[in-house]
Structure formats: structure tokens, C-alpha cells
Design a protein around this ligand. Structure first.
Ligand SMILES: Cc1ncc(COP(=O)(O)O)c(C=O)c1O
Length: 389
């Protein structure tokens, strides 16, 4: 198996004695991002007021093209950027009038950016939510399909890969034909983008695809993005002045106008250094021929090596009977173990941390992530920790 550790020396050198099993949460940044960070500083120093010309005319279009290529998305200009996904998501939610019925179909396994906002919105009398449980995983595709067909919704929101299990949701193209044309469809692609081979070409004109660079795109916080379906005419109420940048010189009176591309969902001034880092990662992948399919296969091999270690360790809690997965289906880039109690999860995570293994845990679930900066041999540390217990 090829090793990619040499590309992550900046981060690895700070943690030589640790095994970082939380890349699905906070991915190490590859070394190419360091120069990108400096470039942002240099461009700011050189350009001062004019740095924005280069950002808007060169950097953003280049990253839009690279994201489009990564996800087989035909319209690069439909990508819009923000510091986090919540901002983009709320901009979309603000398109729905507060005095009109808003029926939302979603699952019980959406990340907090959405689920917390949804709980708050449900305090409004006009908002109704139909939430489908992702477990049991084997019957989820069927139950989801039935829910899509049964109701009339203004918004459907579902992850590509569920953050609390790593299970991959049914592909949007399998249920999209049953969605009413007036329904807005959002895919939270954060755990899929850059991890699971994704082809949006067949749904690009119909769905919003939301993701960010903090995880598998390895560029750190501050660069999230959304693909806005072509010809979208929604008018976010939560809108910033970047949303009609081209017409700023015109008198700003009368109806609020929006850009004809993805930028109709833009906000306002933001720190674009994360976009520089993302550009550097995507350039590196292109130069080295690192496709998502290739990296996915690599991670799958790491996952097999990890499962062999778990099988050998015969740990009472960390074993196959507690792992969440959909048998026979492809899986995301982290494994989730659901233990009998949150206390057991905390105790085990702390024990592993003391043995130099960083995981990520919430409630009764313990997650182990896989990344290019792991080698299969690294999991021997885990075997030692589990058998010593
Ligand atoms: C599925 C999913 N969506 C979104 C996010 C990030 O949300 P935000 O950018 O709003 O902080 C995460 C972060 O862990 C996530 O797991």
C-alpha cells in the first residue's frame, strides 16, 4: 500500500506519538496549504484594495471549476462560497415566507447546523417536519422513498453520508423522480465531498449540494460552498451585498435584484484564505492524479486493516456487533460504534486518548476516521491499546 504521509509532515511532526483517528471531524492539513496561507497574506499585501479583483476574477472561478470537475458538475458558476454551511443553509431557508406553510422532509440523522436550526424554526406555527429515522439502515431506502412519495413538501433535506453513522444515504437520483417540481431539494454533502466518488451531472439543475473544506478536502475551516441549481429564481431574504456584486454601481433602490448564477446566495465580506488552501489541495490532487475514486479505495483498504485489528483484539465493546453499517453497501470514511451507554463511550475514548489514539465521540457513539495520512501498520497501536485493557 502506498503511503501519503510525506504530504502531511507539517501536522504529523507536531503529533509524532499520536494516531489521529478523527480526520472525519478535523482533518490534518496537507503541506501544500502552508504556502497557500502565505499567498493570501502576500496577495493582501500586494493588492490591498485590489486583491478582490484577483480573488473574484481568478481564485474563485478556478476553485469553482475544480469543484465542478471533482463532482462532475456541469456549471462551475453555480457554486457559491461562505464561511460555514449554516450560513448557506439559512440563506436558503430564508427564501420561504414565514407566513406560508413550510413542510420539510428530513431524517433524524442530520448534523446540528440543520437540526438545531430546524428545532428553532419549528416554534413557528407554519413549519411542519416529517423526520424519518435512519435506523434500521437496511429498510431506510424503502422508508425514505415512501415518505418522498407520500407527502407534499416545500423542502427536502438529507445528508449524502450520515454524520452519526457513516452510512451512505440512497443516491438522490434514485428518489428525485418522485419529488414534486416545486420542492427544493438539499443534499448535505459534507461527509461525501472529496471522500465518496460523486457525480452530480444528472441532478445539477435540480438539487442544492452543500459541503465544505474542513473534512475530506483537507483545507481547514472557512470555506464552505453550495451548488445552486441553474435557473434558480429563489430570493433569499437573508442576503448580502455580494449577491448582486455586478450591479452595485447601479442605483440601489426598488426591488432587490440577485445574480443570475450561484452568487445569488452569497453573503458579504469574508476571509478567503481557506479558499486559497482549498485551491492548493485541489491542485495537488490534480497534479498527482489523486482522484476521489483512488482515495476512496485507499481508505477502504485502511478500513479492512482496521477491522482485522478489531477482530483480533476481541474487545467486549469495540467489536463488530456494535458497529453501525448497512450490510453490503458502500460506507463513508469513518466507522461508528454505538455502545450501551455514553459513559462507556467516554471512558473508552479517554483510555484510547491516554494510549495516543485520538477519536471523536458524542453521546453513545464513538467514531474512528481514516485518512491518507494513515498507514495500515498504524493500527497496531490500537491493537496494543485494546488488548492491554
Ligand atoms: C454533515 C455535516 N454537515 C455540516 C457540517 C458543518 O457545518 P457548519 O459548516 O455549519 O459548521 C458538518 C460538520 O461536522 C457535518 O458533519
Amino acid at each position: 500500500m502506498v503511503s501519503y504521509k510525506q504530504h502531511y509532515q507539517g501536522f504529523i511532526s507536531q503529533h509524532r506519538e499520536r494516531l489521529h483517528c478523527a480526520p472525519h471531524s478535523h482533518h490534518y492539513w496537507p503541506d501544500v496549504t502552508q504556502q497557500a496561507q502565505l499567498d493570501y497574506w502576500l496577495d493582501s499585501a500586494r493588492g490591498v484594495d485590489h486583491k478582490w479583483d484577483a480573488i473574484f476574477s481568478e481564485r474563485i472561478p478556478d476553485v469553482q471549476r475544480r469543484l465542478a470537475a471533482l463532482l462532475h458538475y456541469p456549471h462551475p458558476e453555480q457554486w457559491v462560497f461562505a464561511s460555514n454551511t449554516h450560513e448557506l443553509l439559512y440563506r436558503l431557508m430564508s427564501c420561504f415566507a414565514a407566513n406560508q406553510p413550510l413542510h420539510i422532509l428530513t431524517t433524524d440523522s442530520e448534523f446540528h447546523s440543520f437540526s438545531r436550526q430546524l428545532r428553532r424554526l419549528q416554534e413557528r406555527p407554519n413549519v411542519r417536519v416529517t423526520s424519518i429515522s435512519t435506523q434500521p439502515f437496511a429498510s431506510f431506502p424503502e422508508r425514505w422513498q415512501a415518505a418522498v412519495q407520500a407527502g407534499s413538501y416545500q423542502l427536502i433535506f438529507i445528508s449524502q453520508v450520515f454524520y452519526n453513522s457513516g452510512v451512505i444515504a440512497p443516491a438522490v437520483e434514485t428518489w428525485l423522480p418522485w419529488v414534486e417540481p416545486s420542492t427544493q431539494v438539499v443534499i448535505d454533502g459534507y461527509h461525501g465531498c472529496g471522500a465518496i466518488p460523486t457525480d452530480l451531472s444528472g441532478v445539477a439543475d435540480r438539487v442544492f449540494y452543500l459541503a465544505g473544506a474542513y473534512k475530506y478536502l483537507q483545507a481547514g475551516e472557512g470555506c464552505c460552498f453550495m451548488a445552486v441549481p441553474k435557473h434558480c429564481s429563489l430570493r433569499p431574504e437573508y442576503t448580502g451585498w455580494f449577491a448582486d456584486f455586478a450591479n452595485l454601481a447601479k442605483p440601489q433602490a426598488g426591488a432587490v435584484e440577485y445574480a443570475a448564477d450561484g452568487y445569488r446566495f452569497a453573503g458579504a465580506t469574508m476571509d478567503f484564505s481557506a479558499l486559497y488552501r482549498l485551491q492548493a489541495v485541489l491542485r495537488w490532487w490534480q497534479q498527482d492524479g489523486l482522484t476521489v475514486a483512488h482515495m476512496h479505495r485507499h481508505v477502504q483498504q485502511l478500513q479492512q486493516a482496521f477491522l482485522q485489528v478489531i477482530a483480533r483484539a476481541q474487545h467486549p465493546l469495540l467489536n463488530e456487533s456494535n458497529r453501525l453499517f448497512h450490510a453490503g453497501a458502500d460506507h463513508g470514511h469513518f466507522f461508528t460504534y454505538q455502545l450501551p451507554s455514553a459513559e462507556q463511550v467516554t471512558a473508552l475514548a479517554l483510555q484510547l486518548a491516554a494510549a495516543g489514539i485520538d477519536t471523536d465521540y458524542r453521546g453513545d457513539r464513538l467514531r474512528f476516521g481514516f485518512a491518507l495520512y494513515h498507514d495500515a501498520a498504524d493500527y497496531q497501536r490500537l491493537e496494543k491499546a485494546l488488548t492491554a485493557a
